[in-house]
Design a protein around this ligand. Structure first.
Ligand SMILES: Cc1cc2nc3c(=O)[nH]c(=O)nc-3n(C[C@H](O)[C@H](O)[C@H](O)COP(=O)(O)OP(=O)(O)OC[C@H]3O[C@@H](n4cnc5c(N)ncnc54)[C@H](O)[C@@H]3O)c2cc1C
Length: 476
């Protein structure tokens, strides 16, 4: 049986390693921290959550719920540890990040088939007959390895920006100005809500849009990965809609699903009120009404001594953040434990490079998992690690792996990244979170008959779970 080398001890890597080991394979798990770190990691722990502590919705028949349900049925190790480290977060699964990492580390240590190597991997050997590689080095893959991957694939990477939300010390929140509530009183009131009047909102918006951003470095202004010393990174696949290099952007190319707040604010005076500062369903007990706008704070850890500002990722200078965020009612004297940030994101051109079983087309002994493969998000990264671990185990044992079924959430994500749906919508391949858009649509007559979106989603979820369970139960 071939050995499996898993590179990356973030979210996808440990899940892949544990899956492959549980299926009887010998696994070497490489992680470069603490010898070398990334711009975002702060510890040497496995499964470090670098920003928010949320693994998204647990509301039944939502797409993130479906993905997690499938993962639970497949015995996801990291999701089990996330469940065991959950903190109150209404309808979301949020975890105590320290406890989560501790539990994942214990799980790996208890698996005798996994050997841990704390070193940076700089080269990839696709020809070694005895080794299968699962590359799960994430959005902040070390530059040396990223360059190696680029050399190996002969292909272009893409890059864009992501941002992280600030965290505030709970003891410095003015509790007399805020209120605990769940939207429409659904579920437990776990969120702290900072209510704005119109005047307060206008003042905040003016300050936010005028605040100074961190200047982009010259290479950061390019739409693609010139920072790796690569040639021009035009999206050359006709499937992806362009054959010529795209012009340099004058500002960073943000991921539309995770815009910095100041960028959202510039799109219109009410855009934030209809986005991350949406007040609907949040009744302020002091007025009995919904405020004009709201900033929500979500509990960070079990001790509840810190909260993150939900959806408040931004690209402002730290001093500017301190000034502007203190205009939020209740945070006038807040101490920020971490400010929002912007960061590099590396991912491959999956539609051109990957098979549906996450193998490099040109080098099938190398599988790519996690954010590097073009999925976006913690849960999605763990999910892709789960699949990569199972595929690698099948390959190690001499079987041809069967891709996850298209009808399932897991299969739809893999299908999306390897087929780049909606090329006209996204000029370049953009990583994806799980959404119902990725799942196969219902038949036309069903869509016409069933007007209720929730009911349509329920049917899609039932179909997905049935297909997923059938796939899990198939031999080998
Ligand atoms: C700053 C930031 C904030 C984010 N915020 C969120 C969020 O709030 N919510 C969300 O759902 N998603 C978020 N993401 C996106 C994504 O879900 C996470 O990055 C997630 O951790 C990806 O999992 P992964 O396993 O692919 O990569 P990672 O978790 O980053 O793991 C990769 C690991 O590989 C290691 N490594 C890198 N290069 C090498 C090498 N050459 N040799 C050995 N080891 C190496 C790294 O040290 C790291 O431990 C964020 C990403 C970043 C960068």
């Amino acid at each position: 049986m071939k050995k499996i080398k898993v590179i990356g001890g973030g979210l996808a890597g440990p899940e892949a390693a544990l899956q492959a080991a549980a299926l009887g394979c010998e696994v070497a798990l490489y992680e470069m921290r603490p010898h070398r770190s990334t711009e975002a990691h702060q510890t040497a722990d496995f499964a470090e959550l670098v920003c928010s502590n949320s693994l998204k919705s647990e509301s039944e028949n939502t797409a993130p719920w479906l993905l997690k349900q499938e993962m639970r049925r497949a015995g996801s190790f990291l999701l089990a540890e996330a469940d065991a480290s959950a903190v109150p977060a209404g309808h979301a699964l949020a975890v105590d990040r320290i406890e989560f990492s501790r539990r994942v580390a214990a799980r790996i240590a208890a698996q005798p088939r996994i050997t841990i190597l704390r070193e940076e991997v700089a080269t990839l050997d696709p020809t070694g007959p005895e080794i299968l590689t699962v590359l799960a080095t994430g959005p902040l893959t070390s530059p040396t390895l990223a360059a190696e991957l680029q050399r190996l694939t002969g292909s272009d990477h893409l890059a864009f920006y992501d941002s992280i939300s600030p965290i505030v010390d709970a003891s410095t929140i003015d509790m007399s100005r805020v209120f605990f509530a769940a939207r429409y009183d659904k579920g437990s009131a776990d969120y702290i809500n900072c209510p704005f009047t119109k005047e307060e909102y206008d003042r905040f918006l003016d300050a936010l849009t005028a605040a100074e951003s961190v200047p982009a470095k010259p290479w950061e202004q390019l739409p693609n990965h010139e920072n790796l010393g690569a040639p021009s990174l035009a999206v050359s696949s006709p499937r992806m809609g362009s054959t010529t290099p795209e012009p340099a952007l004058e500002k960073p190319h943000f991921f539309e699903g995770c815009l910095p707040i100041e960028e959202t604010a510039r799109r219109g005076r009410d855009t934030l009120r209809f986005g991350p500062m949406k007040p609907v369903g949040l009744t302020d007990p002091r007025t009995g009404r919904w405020p004009y706008a709201v900033v929500q704070l979500r509990q960070e850890n079990l001790r509840a001594d810190s909260y993150n500002l939900v959806g408040f990722q931004n690209h402002l200078k730290f001093g500017e953040q301190a000034r502007v965020l203190r205009l939020i009612p209740g945070l006038e004297n807040a101490t920020f434990l971490r400010y929002g940030q912007i960061h590099r994101n590396t991912y491959i051109d999956a539609p051109n490079l990957l098979t549906e079983t996450l193998q490099l087309r040109a080098h099938p002994s190398i599988l790519i998992a996690g954010q590097l493969s073009g999925v976006e998000g913690y849960t999605e990264s763990i999910a892709s690690g789960l699949l990569a671990g199972r595929y690698a185990a099948a390959l190690a044992q001499g079987h041809a792996p069967t891709p996850a079924p298209r009808a399932s959430a897991n299969g739809s994500l893999s299908y999306y990244i390897t087929h780049a749906l909606n090329p006209e919508k996204h000029k370049r391949f953009q990583p994806a979170n799980i959404t119902f858009d990725l799942l196969p649509p219902l038949e036309e007559d069903l869509r016409r008959r069933i007007r209720d979106k929730k009911e349509r989603h329920r049917i899609q979820c039932d179909r997905a779970l049935a297909a997923w369970i059938a796939w899990l139960n198939q031999p080998a």
